[in-house]
Structure formats: C-alpha cells, structure tokens
Design a protein around this ligand. Structure first.
Ligand code: FRU
Length: 727
C-alpha cells in the first residue's frame, strides 16, 4: 500500500496517555504524517487547523466535556471547510460537547471480550471497509480491559451506524462500533470500540486494525466520503432500497423496509386520498431495537414510495428507548398518533400531532405520556423487561366518545384488551373502563399485543397478537364488553401484529408484519429483515363467517398471464411454462380420487430446492419447506392450515414474492410464510397429483410487477419456455 497522503493532527488534552503514545507510535510506523495538537491550543485559536486534513482524538479515559466544548467552535469551522474528524474510544463521548450530535453515546466504560467489527452489509461497500474481508472483521484482542463508548439503547440524532460489535462469545448487532456523521462539508467518524494500540495484537486482527485506521484517515482526509447520503432522509432510504434490489429474497410488490429492520404496521391511515403505512423501524440495523417509525405512501395501494423517518425516540422523553406500536386517527381534520413510549422498565401511551399534510412531521405532546400509570385492576403481568406489559393502541369514535384499546396481560392469567374512553379531542384525558375481553393463558396466550376491534357491521371482530399467532374473536360488542361467538386464527404462519384502516368505501384493509423466519446472522448478512403483508380486505360472508381476500387493487400488479387453463393430472407432476418468484396463482382445486395434489413453487430444475403446497384428504393445506433451501439458517418447518372438507373444491390464491409466500384459501383461511431458496434458478412452478386424479380448474398464473418504481431489478429472469396452456 502507498504511504498515506494526509496530514493528521492528533488531539490531546494534557500529556499523552500510554494508549495515545502507542497510537502515535503506530502512526509513525504506518508512515502517517502526524503532529500532536493540544485541544487547549485549538480552543485558544492557537493552531492553524487548515493545515491538517484530519484531526484524530483517541482517548481511553472518559472524555472531558469542558475541553471539548472550548474547542468546538474551532472544530466546527474545520469541519465546515471539509476537514475530517476521527473520534475513537471514549472520545466518542464528546459528540454532544463538540456540537456534532445532540445525542451522545448511552454507554461507556471498560470491558473484556471485544474482538472486532460486525460490518453492516448495507455499508460494506463504503471505502472505509476497503481491503477488509467479509462482514465479521477481527480488529482487537479479547484479552484485558478495553475502553469503549457506544450507542446501545439509543441512536445518534444525525449520525448513521456503519458497524456493530463482534465479541468473543458472539455478535452484538445492537452495540454500535463505528458511526458516521456529515457535518458541513466534512465527515466525522466515531470508532467507539474494537481498536487499541497499547497491548498485544497479532495476525489478522493487527492487519485489519491497521487497514481500518488507514482507511478511516484516508476517507476523512478527503479521498472519499464516509456516508453516501445524510442519514434518515429519503435519498439515503432510496439508496438502501436500490442497493438491495438484486437480493432475490427481497419482496418486489410488498411494503418492505428500505433496508434494516421492520416489524409491526403502525398508524395505517388514508389521508387526503393517500394511503400512509407507518411501521416499526430500526435504522440501526436488521434487528429489533432503537425503534423509530418508518413511513411509506401510496395513492393506489399498488405502488409505494419511501418517506423520511416519521417518529424518532426523544433522548429526554418517555419514548427514549423506542417509539413502539400505535395508531393514527383523524381528529377534526388533524391526524394524531397514539403510540407506546418505552423508557427503562416503563411503557406508556404517547401522543403526536401531524404538522403537515404529507404526514412527514409529527410534534410530540408536552403532556407525554398521556396516561401516566397503568391500571391497578386487574393486576397486570410484568416481565423481565417491563414493570407492566401495557402497549399498543387502537382508537375509534363511537357515539361521540373516543374509545382506546391497549394490549396487556393479567398477572397469573391470560391476555387482555383494556379499554379507555375520552370525550375530549385533545387525547390527553383518558378514563379507564376495564377489559373488553380477557383470554385464558393456555389457549389464548398470556399477553395480547396490538389489539384491534373492527366494526364489521353485523358483528365486531377483535384480533390480538399473542406472541405465537393472531387470534380473532368475533361477536357482539356492547357496554364495553365483547360477547364472543366464534374464534380462530387470522393466519396460520408468520403473519403478526396486524393493523387496519377503513377505506372511503367502508372496506377494512388489514396489513400484518411478516416475520423473518431465518437466523439473526442471516438477517444481518442480508441487511434487511421483515416486510408487511399484502393488504387484505376483511369482512363477513353471507353465513356470517370471517372472510379475508387480497385487496382488489392488487390485480393492477399483473404483468403477463403465464398460464391459463384447467389441467387434470393423474399420478404425475407437470411443470408450468414459466419461471418466476414474483407471481400470483389462482385455481379451483379438486382432489377427485387423488390422495393428494398440490403445487411446487420456487423449484430448481433438478429439484434440489423446491417448496411444496400439499393439499391432502385430511383437509389440510401444508406448505412443506423441507427442501425450500439449502441454507440451514432459514426455517424449514412445515406450516399447515385446515381448509374446507375435500368434497368441495379448494379455491386458492397464492402470492409468491421473493422470500414471501401468502396463501388465501376459500377467501377465508390464510397462511403466510417465508422461504429462502439460494439458487438463482429456483424459480420453477409445477403441479402434481398423487395416487389418483386431481383437477386444477381455472388455473391462472400472472407474473407481478414492482410496487417500488425506479428501484431496479424491475423485470424477472425472462422465461425461455413458451407461454400458454398445456392441457
Ligand atoms: C408486536 C410488538 C408490539 C410492540 C412492538 C415493538 O410485534 O411487540 O407489542 O409495540 O412490537 O416493536
């Protein structure tokens, strides 16, 4: 490697410490042109900072805020002119005092066991990681006490995470290691852990540490930019979405996160003719933690666009540890959000008001939390995390009174949905009414998350997410209590924490979170996790049973009809003449005298990878994932659901989208699951019938387009086989 070109000013407050002396020796050995500068001199304007390309503050002891504050004006001017600043180890703590970010690291000290960096895959192509192999980069020796500073339970307001921490005993996605800021024309890097000079280091770790440091100094010295975009804004989100476009596991027509982590749909609302989908989002990485609200919009339920992050935890607020799930309601022409704020072991409802018609700005209420404590009757369940489990919000207006449901669980009992009411439009004065329904711990689960009560005309539908599944209760609601007539599951697979909006035509449209179903390591490597389901229309059929159908608008996604016919098969398997992982299939399936029939999707030509949808005489529809992938990090459990008795035909609608599989059976039963085929040619579709004859009446297969215009990977691998029916 060539000698570094930049001139480095090494900042010290007083005499250099042993760790600082070791870092200076490293500079000398690495050929870095370095000079020691006293921060006091910087503060006193006694140094011409313009002579340096990079300033580096490396400090093993707690940062000295007063020193940092005194030097901040000079450093700010240096950054404004395009200078670069590296803050390593506990110098990262000085970020607020230096005026770089209002939010500083929430944890600092010394520890053992850090071995290096866990690089974010979305950032792995940044020049700062050049020459480093893979996402798990050893840079440190786990022995001995190591100083560190990092963001763990919170994130910087203006910075972005580039890497997290690797420890001797595993990966720590939520322990940030390397952060970046764009300040003025300059860049700031914070390397809070995983780098040390005063101690033994050998082999790969020594090589990687050297390479990382040289890269950092070069990038900050002007050879590149640490980040591609200002974090949090739409260009940064769109860039992430584009970067992931080639990942064949990414859904193309679902509402997915631009990158990083997504869980529950939140604040689903149609406002001024636009559908707004907010969702639980962690900008820090593809893992649950530091929860913000992401935001996407659509005019037609078919194509979607990213909007900037809508809600961010306030470091001084009751939502410091996360803006958890909630809803949006139109209150006299102004949308309001009620969401759960978490801080330490307390979770309580918080309020925010839209400040613009695009619903991009939200002002949090100074009254937060708007309910100050949890009810005492019934006594609520606590957990390791929460003094009382008390979260998620569903608000509606009935008889001129605001009704507000919150999910919880009863101590030593089952899950419960607690009702509050208010006659006030300002949403800060709520009266506790008690549970509208509580379940049995064994059958209904111990906690009910995300309760939602929908008015389906004849009946009311309460659905709750009980950690395992989404259970529904259909019945009559009166006097603050639900009389249950029927119960069941909204979905038999990875669909969770759904939320609905009422469209102008009165339809209920419901979205759920589709869980990842693969290991945390696989999610980290992919750089994203979780997606929303397709919107479902939920209503009652003529017999008063719950009906669930994909929203009618989704037919607009159809591109080409790759098959149209009514094939009958006897003891055979037949390939369909198209290859796709982004399609809709519909058919009326009859078993006739076959024991079993079904579909093969996402199959490789040699059958190494394939997913079976098996329809059996036992009236079960089973998604057999035993051969879906050769990647052992993805779940291979079969998922099944009971369907109509076999003497009736099975009306099937199947949506496949990258790694997502959504099945609608008889407009009623739903099964959502994930599959992660590894091979690019695992995109075959076939039918089969075993031990007899089966008919696939009115079988149609449509390839579907993208919900994200301009994102790339627009069209699927072209089919080379002729398209058309083959009966
Ligand atoms: C459901 C849930 C909610 C909570 C949110 C946190 O998946 O656990 O109860 O508000 O996710 O992200």
């Amino acid at each position: 490697m060539s000698e570094p070109a930049e001139t480095v000013g090494f900042l010290v407050a007083g005499e250099p410490s042993p760790e600082q002396r070791a870092a200076l020796e490293w500079c000398e050995a690495a050929g870095v042109d370095v000079e020691t500068i006293s921060l006091a001199a910087v503060a006193g304007d006694g140094v011409r900072l313009a002579e340096y390309d990079v300033l580096w503050w490396h400090r093993a002891e707690p940062a000295d805020d007063a020193v940092a504050e005194d030097a901040s004006a000079a450093l700010e001017a240096f950054l404004a002119d395009g200078g670069g600043l590296l803050l390593s180890l506990r110098a990262l703590e000085a970020v607020p005092a230096l005026g770089i970010d209002p939010v500083g690291p929430d944890t600092a000290g010394t520890e053992e066991g850090t071995t290096g960096l866990l690089v974010k895959s979305l950032r792995a192509d940044r020049p700062v990681f050049e020459g480093l192999e893979g996402l798990r980069v050893p840079t440190a020796s786990p022995e001995g006490e190591q100083p560190f500073a990092r963001y763990e339970g919170i994130l910087p307001r203006r910075g972005a995470v580039l890497a997290s921490t690797l420890r001797a005993d595993g990966e720590r996605p939520h322990e940030t290691a390397l952060l970046g800021w764009r300040i003025g024309n300059g860049d700031v890097a914070g390397l809070g852990t995983g780098v040390r000079f005063d101690g033994p280091l050998s082999g790969d770790a020594a090589h990687n540490r050297d390479r990382l440091l040289r890269n950092l100094l070069a990038v900050l010295g002007g050879e590149g930019r640490l980040l591609e975009h200002d974090p949090g804004g739409t260009p940064a989100l769109s860039a992430d979405r584009k970067r992931l476009a080639d990942d064949h596991h990414r859904p193309r027509y679902h509402v997915s996160p631009p990158g990083n982590w997504l869980n529950d749909p939140n604040g689903m609302i149609k406002w001024n003719g636009t559908y707004h989908a907010f969702y639980q989002y962690n900008p820090g990485g593809p893992h649950h933690g530091t929860i913000h609200w992401g935001h996407a919009v659509s005019d037609d339920l078919v194509t979607w666009e990213d909007r900037p992050i809508a809600l961010t935890p306030s470091p001084d607020g009751p939502d410091r540890d996360g803006c958890w799930s909630g809803c949006a309601v139109d209150v006299d022409g102004t949308p309001q959000i009620l969401y759960t704020g978490g801080r330490d072991d307390v979770q309580l409802p918080c309020l925010a008001t839209a400040t613009d018609d695009e619903l991009t700005g939200w002002e949090k209420s100074s009254e937060n939390p708007v309910i100050k404590s949890v009810p005492v009757e019934p006594p609520l369940r606590s957990s390791d995390h929460w003094r009382a489990e008390f979260r998620d919000h569903n608000v509606w207006l009935e008889d001129g009174i605001w009704h507000h449901l919150i999910g919880s669980g009863i101590e030593d009992g089952g899950g419960t949905a607690l009702l509050y009411t208010s006659e006030d439009d300002d949403f800060t004065d709520w009266t506790y009414e008690g549970p509208i329904l509580s379940g049995e711990a064994e059958t209904d689960g111990v906690i009910w998350e995300c309760p939602e009560l929908l008015d389906l005309g004849e009946k009311r539908l309460l659905h709750v997410s009980n950690y395992e599944a989404v259970r529904y209760y259909l019945g009559d609601y009166a006097g603050g209590s639900l009389e249950v007539e029927r119960t069941g599951l909204l979905d038999h697979g990875a669909f969770y924490a759904p939320q609905s909006l009422r469209d102008d035509d009165g339809r209920w449209l419901t979205w759920g979170w589709i869980k990842p179903d693969r290991s945390p390591e696989a999610q980290w490597d992919a750089g994203w996790s979780g997606t929303l389901s397709l919107p479902r229309e939920i209503d009652l059929d003529e017999a008063g049973r719950l009906r669930q159908r994909p929203a009618a608008e989704l037919t607009a996604l159809r591109e080409e009809r790759g098959y149209d016919g009514s094939p009958a098969l006897a003891d055979e398997r037949r390939d369909l003449p198209l290859d796709s992982r982004s399609f809709e299939l519909r058919a009326e399936i009859r078993l006739d005298d076959a024991d079993e029939c079904g579909l093969v999707v996402c199959g490789s030509p040699d059958g190494e990878e394939e997913t079976l949808l098996r329809y059996t005489r036992e009236s079960d529809l089973v998604v057999d994932r035993s051969a879906s992938t050769t990647d052992h990090r993805a779940s291979s459990e079969p998922i099944s659901m009971p369907v109509t008795p076999v003497d009736e035909s099975l009306s099937l609608r199947l949506f496949v989208d990258g790694s997502v599989l959504e099945v609608f059976a008889n407009d009623r039963h739903c099964l959502t699951t994930r599959i992660f085929p590894t091979r690019p040619d695992s995109d075959g579709i076939a039918l089969y019938a075993a031990d007899g004859r089966a008919v696939f009446e009115d079988l149609e297969v449509w390839t579907l387009g993208s919900a994200w215009p301009g994102v790339g990977a627009e069209s699927e691998r072209e089919s080379e086989r002729p398209v058309g029916p083959e009966n």
